[in-house]
Every structure is written in structure tokens, then in C-alpha cells.
Write a protein that binds this ligand. Structure first.
Ligand SMILES: NC(=O)c1ccc[n+]([C@@H]2O[C@H](COP(=O)([O-])OP(=O)(O)OC[C@H]3O[C@@H](n4cnc5c(N)ncnc54)[C@H](O)[C@@H]3O)[C@@H](O)[C@H]2O)c1
Length: 427
């Protein structure tokens, strides 16, 4: 029964009383029966959060972190800062100077964060720190500074602590800047399954500063570029052209390059325009799931060999070939897409991409998508479609074709690799 439009019942025995305690304005408490024997609660959860570009976020004069998520108040503030261990090594002194300049009485919780410790134990380390800090319920948002693993873990801890505690994200990796830092999802791995435990609990504010990328390993830059490529392939051809033109240079220069702002802006904007109307994922046909059909199982089974974005890239390469076999992507476009992946230094194939894994991965994804494949496939470059009729035969044909294409590309890539780029990446 829809509480907004109660279904009429016959009058007489079992007479029904219904009213909306808000006076019929859409949400409220509805009752049935005389005397009342049933109650229906209908309400809505308005959500508003900000993602904003904040260059110089650790500049002592920049109040962005200090003021994020709560109304500005004069005087000293208290904050718990959860900082990823490597980020703390690199930026700990600057964070301490920042807190001093902004008059923040803070406590640090420094934790390592990578895929193998993306567990409830890490979540409990954070909730323990929240308890020890004596965190106020609403007015002291937790500040999470680190990559996607750290912000997913802190997000989950905050959604559990007192059922909901506000937090602020300061992403320090490319995946964090364009993906993990901007949506509503939190999570940890469980029982060999990727992000199997999690909640929807967006940060009240996410502050994006690409300057952090200057210290990130090139491999992790490439890893984030895979998520940008996802947005490009499934919905933004202009972004693909930008990546095609500047991608290798962006990677080599760790996004400290003039094209970085437009690339990050388009990636974040594209992601948010898909997430905003379907934040709670009631609609299971999600274009941002592109690259995430086979990759969760591949990533977990290959752990720690493949990073998240790398596994996503292998999935996108496979589904590009699948789309090519169905005539959705032309051979020229297919070659362009796989060629760009190779030029970005991303893997296209993995030895675990065998029929057994593909079968298990698809079965788990069907369960995740409520009984249907709902598999996003690209149409050309920059658009997509959902299919439900993928067969095991098609999948293993695509995997073999991809394996051959990947081998050919790796060989030609190795022989053409510009010495200058190799030197830049080694630096
Ligand atoms: N919540 C979401 O919607 C969402 C979306 C996409 C991805 N994710 C999750 O994000 C995770 C991947 O995130 P990630 O790629 O940021 O990995 P990560 O958090 O493991 O960070 C990668 C590595 O970079 C190091 N690091 C972080 N910042 C650094 C810096 N500025 N300089 C030098 N080193 C730095 C860390 O020590 C870590 O070893 C996955 O677990 C994935 O599931 C979540």
C-alpha cells in the first residue's frame, strides 16, 4: 500500500480510519482500523552535501577544513582527525601546523589503509578513537584525510557511531578525488567479498585538493584514471578525447598539469549527475556500475596483485570487446579504447579471467542486481546500454579475444614506450 494514496477499502465491518498527521501534505503517520490496529509511517530524508574544489586545503590560512560541515563559530574548535599512515608520514607536520593556525584542539587517529585492512577491525579502531575523544554528537565532524579505503572506513565508522555522526572527507588519492570521495557509499570487505558491508552515509563536505597527488605513486595515478575513463566511456565522449590527448602526460606529471582541472571537473560532475537522482540505488541499472560487474570478484581473488581501478579497467576492456562482438562498438573505436588503456599503463587482461571466475563473478553480480544481469555495455564511446542476455559462450569468446589484443598491445607499447616518459615515471 502506498501511504500517499491509501487504497480505498469497502465500508462496513473492519471500517478504516486514515489520516495524515501532517494534514495530507505528503508525508506523515497513517492509521488503519477502528480502534486503530495499524500504523504506517511515511517520511523523507532530505540529503544535502557539498563537494568542492579547495586548492591549498592545508594552507594554515585556509579555514575550509576547520569550518567544514558546521556553522562557523568564534573561538577554539575540537576535531578528531583520522589520517592514513602514509599520508601522515608525508603531511603530518603540515596538518599539525594547520590545526595550530586554525585553533583546532585535535586528536589524531593514524591508521594504515589499503585493501587488505579494509575490514571491520579498522572501523572499530576509528569508533574507539571517537569514543576516547568524547566526540560531540553533531557539532564535531570527524575529519578523514586519506585515500578511498580510509574514507570508506571512516564513513562506515561514522554512520555506525551513535547511528549517524557527521564527517568530512579530504581525499588524497585520485580515486578519492573523482570517485570514493564524492558519492554516498561507505564500506568494508567481508568474507572475500568486496565492500559487502556498508552503508549510505555521505560526508557533509568533501574538499578536493589535487596537490596531494604530487606525492602519489604513478601506479595509483593510473588506478584513478581508470575510474575517470569509466565516466568517459559510458557517458562523456569529450572526456575521452581529453584523456586521449593528455592522459599519458597527466599520469607522468601526477595531475600537476594544465588539463587536470578540466579532467577532474568533468569526472566529478559526470559521476555526481548519475548519483544524485539515485543516491540510495533503488534503481539498479546504474551506468556508474560500468566496469564493476566482473571486477569485484577479480579484485578480491587477485588481491593484492590488482588495485581497484586496475580491476575495473580489465572489466571495461572485457566489456568493450563484448560490445564490439555485438556490433555496439566499432573495431576502430575498440582499438582506440584498448590503446588508450595501454597508454595509461593500465592492465587490460589478467590470467584469472577464466570461465570459472567469469561465471562466479556474473552470478554474484546478478545477486547484487536483484536477479538480473543489468550489465552496462558501451555504445561507441560516451554512451551505454544495459543488457540481460549475456551468455557464457560470449563471455569466454570475449576473454580469449581480449587476451590476444592485450598481448599485442603490450608488445607494441613496450617497443614504442617513449624514453622521456619512462624517465619521468621513474623520478
Ligand atoms: N565509496 C565509494 O563510492 C567508492 C568509489 C570508488 C572506490 N572506492 C574504494 O576506494 C578504494 C580505493 O581507493 P584508493 O585508490 O584511494 O586506494 P587506497 O586508499 O588504498 O590508497 C592507495 C595508497 O596510496 C597511499 N596514499 C594515499 N594518499 C597518498 C598521497 N597523497 N601520497 C602518497 N601516497 C598516498 C596510501 O598509503 C595507500 O597505500 C577501494 O577500496 C574502493 O572500493 C569507494
Amino acid at each position: 500500500m502506498s501511504p500517499r494514496q491509501p487504497t480505498p477499502r469497502p465500508a462496513g465491518a473492519g471500517a478504516t480510519t486514515r489520516y495524515d498527521s501532517t494534514g495530507g501534505h505528503g508525508h506523515g503517520l497513517f492509521t488503519t482500523g477502528t480502534p486503530v490496529t495499524g500504523w504506517t509511517v511515511s517520511t523523507a530524508l532530505p540529503v544535502r552535501y557539498q563537494v568542492r574544489s579547495t586548492p591549498g586545503v592545508l594552507d594554515p590560512a585556509n579555514p575550509a577544513i576547520a569550518e567544514a560541515g558546521v556553522p562557523a563559530r568564534p573561538g577554539r574548535r575540537r576535531r578528531l582527525l583520522v589520517v592514513e599512515a602514509r599520508v601522515h608520514e608525508l603531511y603530518g607536520e603540515r596538518i599539525a601546523r594547520y590545526c595550530e593556525a586554525q585553533r583546532i584542539d585535535h586528536r589524531l587517529c593514524v591508521i594504515p589503509a589499503h585493501e587488505q585492512v579494509k575490514t571491520m577491525d579498522s572501523v572499530f579502531r576509528v569508533t574507539r578513537a571517537m569514543e576516547e575523544f568524547g566526540l560531540a554528537r553533531r557539532g564535531e565532524p570527524v575529519i578523514a584525510i586519506g585515500g578511498g579505503v580510509l574514507t570508506d572506513v571512516v564513513g562506515l565508522a561514522c554512520s555506525l557511531y551513535r547511528r549517524s555522526t557527521p564527517f568530512v572527507r579530504v581525499p588524497t588519492t585520485l580515486i578519492g578525488l573523482v570517485d570514493a570521495g564524492v558519492g554516498a557509499k561507505t564500506g568494508v570487505n567481508f568474507d572475500q567479498h568486496k565492500n559487502r558491508l556498508g552503508t549510505y552515509h555521505p560526508a557533509v563536505e568533501t574538499l578536493l585538493d589535487p596537490a596531494f597527488l604530487a606525492t602519489l605513486e604513478h601506479r595509483h595515478i593510473g588506478n584513478g584514471m581508470a575510474e575517470i575513463l569509466k565516466v568517459a566511456l559510458i557517458k562523456d565522449r569529450a572526456l575521452f578525447e581529453l584523456l586521449d590527448r593528455h592522459g599519458p602526460q597527466l599520469r607522468a606529471e601526477r595531475f600537476q598539469h594544465p588539463a587536470a582541472a578540466e579532467v577532474v571537473g568533468r569526472a566529478v560532475g559526470g559521476m555526481l549527475s548519475e548519483l544524485q537522482p539515485n543516491l540510495w540505488e533503488h534503481e539498479l541499472e546504474r551506468s556508474m556500475d560500468y566496469g564493476h560487474s566482473f571486477s569485484p570478484t577479480l579484485e578480491m581473488r587477485a588481491l593484492p596483485e590488482l588495485l581497484h581501478g586496475e580491476a575495473v579497467c580489465v572489466d571495461m576492456a572485457l566489456t568493450t570487446v563484448l560490445a564490439g562482438q555485438r556490433g555496439l562498438v566499432s573495431p576502430v573505436e575498440c582499438a582506440r579504447i584498448l590503446g588508450l588503456m595501454a597508454r595509461l599503463g593500465l592492465p587490460l587482461w589478467h590470467r584469472l579471467l577464466q570461465p570459472e571466475l567469469l561465471h562466479d563473478a556474473l552470478a554474484d553480480t546478478i545477486r547484487h542486481r536483484d536477479g538480473r544481469q543489468r550489465l552496462p555495455l558501451p555504445i561507441g564511446i560516451g554512451a551505454g546500454v544495459f543488457v540481460d542476455d549475456l551468455t557464457p559462450h560470449e563471455l569466454s569468446r570475449a576473454s580469449s579475444e581480449l587476451h590476444a589484443a592485450a598481448r599485442a598491445l603490450t608488445v607494441s607499447q613496450e617497443s614504442r614506450r617513449a624514453p622521456a616518459q619512462a624517465r619521468a615515471e621513474a623520478a
